[in-house]
Design a protein around this ligand. Structure first.
Ligand SMILES: C[S@@+](CC[C@H](N)C(=O)[O-])C[C@H]1O[C@@H](n2cnc3c(N)ncnc32)[C@H](O)[C@@H]1O
Length: 220
């Protein structure tokens, strides 16, 4: 059996560990407890979530919402939020905790495109698809002209920008390889500019960094 995102989130719900595997045989533990949120996550993770949520002032799209802790957290604060994920298990978990979510590839048509106040790319989701410029262009198309894209990026000391091939792994199983990317605080401004966005600020919280980007002025 291969590890799909569905299997990953089923294991996450049971508190079982999973990893992101690299072609050289190394692997990094996935922050499953952080993704699950609530009591499973640490005080630092919850503070970082509040930082992200605090930047969302209106209807928000949570791209690659996973089990939906941010979609739920936004809704609890009275902010209309929609999670988007290609994993059925992730969407079911999001809906099960009271959030709204659609089972959809984020590059496919989405409701209210161009009208969202905020688009979230949390937990390294700026790596989805392995092409951050394409992803940021897509996010930029989804927000309104005065909207913002909030993306979590790697710490200043990390590699600036890396395209990667990775797979999900458990203690006994591995998944298919897929394209991913890592982007640090040092690289986000250039990538954002290429995608037609401007980095307005980067908020640090307990060693994590959240870049807020707005549409670049026309001709700017
Ligand atoms: C880093 S993980 C999850 C992080 C998530 N914010 C959380 O709290 O669990 C990336 C998520 O993006 C989803 N995903 C990957 N590619 C996607 C795509 N093209 N469209 C929508 N969701 C995608 C995966 O299913 C997974 O749930």
């Amino acid at each position: 059996m291969t590890v799909t995102a569905d299997e990953l989130f089923r294991r996450a719900s049971s508190g079982l560990p999973c990893w992101m595997g690299n072609p050289d045989g190394t692997r990094e533990p996935l922050p499953i407890a952080r993704w699950m949120g609530g009591d499973a996550s640490s005080m630092e993770d919850r503070a970082a979530d509040r930082t992200m949520i605090g930047q969302c002032t209106g209807p928000t799209l949570d791209l690659g919402c996973g089990p939906g802790r941010l979609t739920e957290g936004l809704a609890r604060r009275g902010i209309s939020a929609l999670g988007v994920d290609t994993s059925r298990e992730a969407v079911d978990l999001t809906v099960g905790r009271g959030g709204r979510a659609v089972l959809r590839d984020l590059f496919e048509p989405l409701p209210r495109a161009g009208e969202w106040s905020c688009v979230l790319l949390a937990d390294g989701n700026i790596g989805i698809g392995g092409d951050p410029v394409r992803l940021l262009r897509r996010a930029a198309d989804l927000i309104r002209p005065d909207g913002a894209v909030i993306a979590e990026v790697d710490a200043p000391g990390a590699a600036r920008f890396q395209k990667r091939t990775v797979r999900w792994e458990t203690d006994t199983m591995v998944g298919d390889w897929f394209a991913w990317a890592s982007v640090s605080t040092a690289a986000i401004a250039d990538l954002a500019r290429t995608a037609g966005l401007t980095v307005v600020d980067i908020a640090p919280m307990h060693g994590r960094y959240f870049a807020r980007m707005c549409p670049a002025p026309v001709g700017g």
